[in-house]
Design a protein around this ligand. Structure first.
Ligand SMILES: NC(=O)c1ccc[n+]([C@@H]2O[C@H](COP(=O)([O-])OP(=O)(O)OC[C@H]3O[C@@H](n4cnc5c(N)ncnc54)[C@H](O)[C@@H]3O)[C@@H](O)[C@H]2O)c1
Length: 437
């Protein structure tokens, strides 16, 4: 049995700072408020509904996760946001069209009270978007300093004891790590000279971590995933996590691909198409933003299927992902998957998946869990990349020498074992040896 970790209690208010007050962020905030008022259940949230088995199966110990580890209570959450579009959370939620009036009206006043702070925004990184609620500064360093001031002011004004930041902003154009991302010194110098390799999202990550605030990246951009920012997170002892919420199609992919591999069934092609009509879909209509998303969605299969170990089964998989902006569907995305698989003696078969999902309904509980778990991690003294939260990501961040774990069930086990470990409980390996003890 491992030693119980000293975890500071979840006392006082936890401020959740959302970068981007669009469909996902408003669905999350309105949902938490509806749950707090006893009007809804937090469906999809592991921190709120999940149980965790402890000890041997005969012991019958299955506490709720939120009772097993000290998580912030929903009543202690307060929300802040930045967005280049000045709409308050109520107006933004109505425009997003995810939740219906019956779910928004009872919390209208509360939602109207959440007004976005001016954003660090630059249209060259999100081309299909305009907004006037934007900060001005002489260079990127100064803009980051303004964000730091926002964070301090928010904490003070709302009497928060702790904060976490979650990027729920649009997907920025594709950027690869370059010289300026390698060290903190190079990154800070590059901010001073307004280097184009530094996207707005990186400034939020820099500001947040500099203020000792954990940061999660819900979009696929580099944002908090490059050596300079890891260095800062290490130095400030701040937990970070990313990237790209695993919600609809990739969620399904990371369930089905491990199943095929577990049965040693072959795969020759996987075609994934999506239609969606929300603002996210509009942003992804720009090829450079789509490229960032595409990279994030494509990586999954290679890691799960390990073609280098199974060339006869997965050596020649044709994998294609398409996202099409189609306004009539709004946030209610449809994702089609066609899998060409083969079995015994190479005989071909097909699997078709048609997932009529609601993007933000799937993403909102993930935002909640990440905010609560990152806060827990910080109180437990964990810092840097939180791989145990891979469960929530399309492209889980890892230490540079490791490959990401994509299999949803391995990710789930890793998350629960981390919680067991923190509380000094035995990790569960499903070996069954306990039976003989
Ligand atoms: N919904 C899902 O299932 C899902 C899954 C994975 C990832 N994501 C990602 O989550 C993000 C949010 O999705 P959404 O559906 O809420 O999109 P959305 O377009 O409704 O909201 C994004 C908001 O971010 C704002 N924004 C853009 N740049 C900003 C900046 N620099 N600073 C502050 N705000 C900024 C936009 O004005 C907009 O209001 C997107 O990047 C999306 O790709 C969503």
């Amino acid at each position: 049995m491992s030693r119980r970790t000293d975890i500071k209690p979840a006392e006082g208010k936890l401020g959740v700072l959302l970068v981007g007050l669009g469909a996902v962020a408003t669905t999350f905030v309105a949902g938490v408020e509806a749950v707090r008022r006893g009007r809804a259940q937090p469906i999809g949230s592991l921190t709120q509904l999940g149980h965790i088995r402890l000890g041997k199966r005969t012991e019958n110990r299955n506490p709720l996760i939120k009772e097993f580890v000290p998580l912030a209570a929903l009543d202690d959450l307060v929300f802040g946001a930045w967005d280049p579009i000045p709409d308050n959370a109520y107006e933004a939620a109505v425009k997003a069209g995810v939740l219906e009036a019956r779910d928004l009206e009872p919390s209208r006043e509360f939602l109207e009270s959440i007004r976005p702070m001016p954003a660090v925004f630059d249209k060259s990184y999100v081309r299909n978007l305009d907004g006037e609620n934007v900060k001005r500064g002489k260079n990127k360093r100064e803009l980051a300093e303004q964000l730091r001031e926002d964070i301090r002011r928010f904490k003070e004004e709302h009497g928060c004891s702790r904060l976490v930041t979650v990027w729920c902003g649009s997907t920025e154009i594709f950027l690869q790590p370059s010289e300026v991302h390698q060290t903190l010194a190079a990154f800070e110098a590059a901010m001073e000279r307004n280097d184009p390799q530094i996207a707005p999202s990186m400034l939020y990550a820099y500001a947040s971590i500099s203020e000792g605030v954990p940061f999660a990246n819900g979009a696929p951009g580099l944002t908090v995933d490059f050596p300079a920012i890891w260095e800062l997170a290490r130095e400030k002892r701040v937990p970070i996590a990313g990237k790209d919420f695993k919600t609809g199609q990739t969620f399904m992919k990371t369930v089905l691909a491990p199943a095929l591999k577990a049965r040693m069934l072959g795969l020759s092609g996987w075609f994934s198409a999506n239609i969606l009509g929300n603002r996210d879909g509009l942003v992804l209509d720009d090829p450079d933003s789509f490229k960032t998303k595409e990279e994030s969605k494509l990586g999954v299969l290679d890691y799960i299927l390990q073609p280098e170990l199974y060339p006869e089964l997965y050596g020649e998989v044709y994998h294609k992902v398409r996202i099409n902006y189609y306004p009539p569907r709004g946030d209610n995305k449809e994702g089609w998957d066609n899998l060409d698989i083969f079995g015994w003696l190479g005989y071909p078969m097909q699997i078709k998946v048609d997932f009529l999902c609601r993007d933000s309904i799937l993403a909102a509980p993930i935002v909640l869990d990440l905010a609560l778990f990152l806060d827990l991690a910080q109180r437990a003294g964990m810092h840097g990349i939180q791989e145990w939260l891979s469960f929530y990501w399309k492209s889980p961040m890892t230490a540079p020498e490791l490959y990401p774990e994509h299999d949803l069930f391995i990710q789930h086990m890793k998350l629960k074992n981390t919680l067991r470990h923190l509380q000094g409980e035995k990790e569960i390996t499903h070996l069954g040896l306990d039976y003989y003890e």
